[in-house]
Design a protein around this ligand. Sequence first.
Ligand code: CA
Length: 228
Amino acid sequence: MRVLIIEDEEHIADFLRRGLSFKGYTVDVARTGEAGLDAARDKPPDIVVLDVMLPGMNGFEVCLRLRQGLDPTLPIIMLTAKDATEDKIEGLDAGADDYIAKPFSFDELLARMRAALRRRQPQGREVLRVDDLTLNTAAREAVRDGRSVDLTTREYDLLEFLVRHAGQVVSKEAIFERVWGYTYDIDSDAVKVYISYLRAKLTAGGEPDLIHTVRGIGYVLKESVPVT
Ligand code: CA
């Protein structure tokens, strides 16, 4: 098990590094959010322990980027000095699995890490559902209301990304990074075009549109609201 600690406070980072190494984890430490994102790309962790208060990019932003850019199922536990409820909500909205206020006990952190790792579903063999849309990730098949939807590789990747983030607004940049796989030369027009292909295929049987445009930001896939 590889754990990535993103924490700027040296004594806490060292304490975690020693404790987790002793428990058998392979530990990487990054001191800034940017360094943490690089480390996660170089050596993909099984779980991340992420401080909220970091110099530069804060922990919430790092959490979003880890989730949207790298691995939507990566377990992330956030640490913060502040015990404010708003922080907790923001952390969970950003996609964190759990949240621990400093000071925390090492045993508590270990217990939360084990719980987060247990909750993680193995990727690649799941059935994902939103409304009447079902994705079989092993077979890379999409079914809408019993109708099989024929998708290209890129369309499928885009749809799986949206379904894994169902109910969350994802930016065109995040979609491009994840689906096209590179971060330079981001082409948000390509995203727009592929979204239109997907929409057409997903509504070809007269079903309601599940992909909603959030103007100026990106897209959210969510259940359709029945018209009454
Ligand atoms: Ca800090």
